[in-house]
Design a binder for this molecule. Structure first.
Ligand code: ATP
Length: 270
């Protein structure tokens, strides 16, 4: 069987409603939605539509979600791939995979290309050389730069890429006409955590003792992904107890469990 080179989704249902908090980032990507929907409005005065933007922030903060929401709001196809499985799985075909991806995206334009973990491809050249894979990675990176430079002004494909390490990226990626915009996606503050809880509590059968402000206070340092996890865990914990709804204590148990998991993860890192 032939391995899939990238994902293509022409019917993204994600919208800005699914992305809680991140007001600044949403405002910035709203512009990209507008460019995709009515490019003529912007090019008519001689302006050039940006080709790429970098979403920068810690893991689990909603970068992928936001990129999907751009495609969903603009109703355009979403082409995605992850920088890390590039390096791991497709030795020898990285550059052709990039070429193919851009070809498809152009054929279906207006469209979005999303590259998750771009640092796996876009690390500054000559640093952190991994055994053998480095030439391959550089070929892939060069192909990506070539493709972005080759876009005509009316191609109408916008490339979004995510990273939590913008500092290690090759500066060539950030040059004008490439990823020349950076959009910051940070960990949520208490108000944003509350909003994220509200999104992820939508499908949950809520007990009457549930207190979202309390949950937001109990979860400093949690990412959106952690909060989504808490809500899901709480529902499973409540179900295991045979309860008819998910109560405050189930959430507290879930928070403990997630904190336990986070501590373990940190131990491995440090
Ligand atoms: P990574 O850097 O690990 O790839 P990411 O920043 O791309 O992470 P996502 O994959 O977008 O994070 O987030 C994972 C999940 O966490 C989302 O699918 C969603 O369920 C939840 N989530 C994260 N941030 C938010 C948010 N701001 N609002 C609502 N849900 C969120």
């Amino acid at each position: 069987s032939k391995a899939k080179l990238f994902d293509e989704n022409t019917d993204i249902k994600t919208s800005f409603k699914d992305v809680a908090g991140l007001e600044g980032a949403k405002e910035e990507v709203q512009e990209i939605v507008d460019f995709l929907k009515t490019p003529e409005k912007y090019t008519s005065l001689g302006g050039k539509i940006p080709k790429g933007a970098l979403l920068v922030g810690p893991p689990g903060t909603g970068k992928t979600l936001l990129a999907k929401a751009v495609a969903g709001e603009a109703k355009v196809p979403f082409f995605s791939l992850s920088g890390s499985d590039f390096v791991e799985m497709f030795v020898g075909v990285g550059a052709s995979r990039v070429r193919d991806l851009f070809k498809q995206a152009k054929e279906k334009s207006p469209s979005i290309i999303f590259i998750d973990e771009i640092d796996a491809i876009g690390r500054a050249r000559g640093k952190n050389a991994m055994s053998g894979s480095n030439d391959e990675r550089e070929n892939t990176l060069n192909q990506l730069l070539t493709e972005m430079d080759g876009f005509g002004t009316n191609t109408n494909v916008i490339v979004l890429a995510a990273t939590n390490r913008a500092d290690i990226l090759d500066k060539a990626l950030m040059r004008a006409g490439r990823f020349d915009r950076q959009i910051f996606v940070d960990l949520p503050d208490i108000v944003e955590r509350k909003e994220i809880f509200e999104v992820h509590l939508r499908p949950i059968k809520k007990g009457e003792d549930l207190d979202i402000d309390f949950l937001a206070r109990q979860t400093p340092g949690f990412s959106g992904a952690d909060i989504a996890n808490v809500c899901n865990e709480a529902a499973l914990i409540a179900a295991r107890k045979g309860n008819k709804a998910v109560h405050k204590q189930d959430f507290l148990d879930a928070v403990d469990r997630i904190i336990g998991g986070l501590e373990k993860k940190n131990k491995i890192i440090t």
